[in-house]
Write a protein that binds this ligand. Structure first.
Ligand SMILES: CC(C)(COP(=O)(O)OP(=O)(O)OC[C@H]1O[C@@H](n2cnc3c(N)ncnc32)[C@H](O)[C@@H]1OP(=O)(O)O)[C@@H](O)C(=O)NCCC(=O)NCCS
Length: 378
């Protein structure tokens, strides 16, 4: 809990690494539909006798209308659209090489460090928070710390779509308690390896990205573009509606480590209907705890999963639709990038705010989980 004597904590820089490969809805749907057609032809007999279900076709119109997503960036396009493979193909790296996630984390981290005017010597904690890490240990954060030459400590944490905000909460707590002076919080969201490209309900949702934020005490901040963190708030409430069962236990249960349940799956409509009101209530409660009204917030950098979901949250909060200046959207071209979406929105749409303006970063998703930070431009 922040008190009047607590030190001032600021976000002093942000960074985004965007992959050079993009996949449009048109490409994705063409590939999925060719796969479905082949599947149905090959399993005609089982489908005719009801022993197997026919694969339904996907549609660009449905995807754009129900999610707002038009395209997504991907770390590796190879293999993804190949109907005999339906997943990306990464060359395996030796243990001596930088891992894929550490590589993209470092790109975003360098961008954020430049924005904040920081060198490795200024940073004393690295938090990698994201939806998946590509291995259990050593932590990706420690690999990034080593690559950048940062002293101090690093750790990984997983909170699905709220990982970025929850990571920033841990950064904030470390700065308030004095266990760190300057924290690098990174979100290397390498999500596409976990997408089931054979499932029309979810094949269009995700893209890859890495984001990073520098958070520090105000007395060390030299960045001209800085935001005071006024408060952080998190809630979680258990739900099975978004789930991935991928994990180290599969080896002991003899289950298929790549079976459908080991990939991302969700009851999308239920998630939409249940999470939107939870997120709206969370935002409103958080603002009320600071005696602020939603109308006083100049910009909401919201989680980027679904445009209709964000519009519903804002309508519940403000009682009306608002223009894109108040809730910038990046999911149309990035897709859902798990926890990184609200940080991309912040990174691309914060420089124009004026001194004293209030902004709010908020993410929501699997868990369920909701995390937010209320910021004031300094
Ligand atoms: C996933 C999501 C885009 C689906 O949109 P929706 O409007 O809820 O659509 P529904 O799931 O109700 O499906 C409507 C119909 O379209 C069909 N459909 C699903 N995918 C389709 C596709 N790619 N192409 C065409 N039709 C499709 C469904 O099978 C369903 O058909 P039915 O009515 O015959 O059963 C939406 O629910 C969503 O974004 N939810 C929130 C998810 C979220 O934020 N998750 C967090 C992850 S981090």
């Amino acid at each position: 809990m922040k008190t009047n004597s607590s030190p001032k904590v600021v976000i002093s820089g942000s960074g985004v690494w965007t992959p050079s490969n993009a996949i449009t809805n048109e490409e994705l749907v063409a590939s999925y539909n060719a796969y479905a057609e082949k599947f149905n032809a090959e399993h005609g007999a089982e489908i005719a006798t009801g022993r197997m279900e026919e694969k339904p076709f996907s549609s660009e119109r449905f995807i754009e209308k129900s999610s707002g997503i038009k395209a997504r960036y991907v770390y590796c396009k190879e293999g993804m659209l190949d109907i005999t493979r339906m997943r990306p193909k990464f060359p395996e790296r030796a243990e001596e090489e930088l891992s894929n996630q550490a590589e993209i984390a470092v790109y975003a981290a360098r961008d954020a460090m430049t924005a904040a005017g920081k060198t490795a010597a200024d940073i004393d904690a690295v938090i990698v928070s994201c939806a998946y890490t590509q291995r259990a240990y050593p932590a990706i954060a420690i690999e990034v710390q080593h690559e950048l030459g940062i002293e101090g400590f690093g750790f990984d944490m997983l909170v699905a779509c709220s990982a970025a905000t929850f990571g920033l909460h841990r950064a904030y707590d470390s700065l308030i308690s004095g266990s760190a002076r300057c924290v690098l919080a990174i979100n290397p969201e390498l999500v596409t390896p976990q997408v089931n490209y054979c499932d029309r309900e979810s094949h269009f949702i995700f893209g890859d990205v890495a984001t990073a934020i520098i958070m520090e005490r105000s007395e060390t901040c030299t960045s001209p573009n800085r935001y005071e963190v006024l408060s952080t708030k998190a809630i979680t409430k258990f739900s099975n509606n978004i789930r991935s069962n991928f994990g180290h236990i599969s080896r002991a249960t003899d289950s298929d480590p790549f079976g459908w349940d080991k990939l991302f799956h969700q009851a999308g409509r239920k998630v939409f209907e249940e999470v939107s009101p939870i997120a709206a209530a969370h935002i409103s409660d958080h603002l009320a705890s600071l005696k602020l009204k939603p109308q006083e917030v100049k910009r909401f950098w919201l989680h980027q999963a679904n445009i209709n979901m964000n519009n519903m949250v804002i309508k519940q909060l403000l009682g009306q639709d608002v223009d894109s200046d108040v809730i910038p959207t990046i999911l149309d071209r990035y897709g859902n990038t798990a926890s990184a979406g609200s940080v991309i929105a912040f990174h691309l749409h914060n420089a124009d705010l004026k001194k004293g303006d209030i902004g709010m970063i908020c993410s929501f998703g699997a868990g369920y989980s909701v995390g937010s930070l209320v910021l004031r431009k300094l």
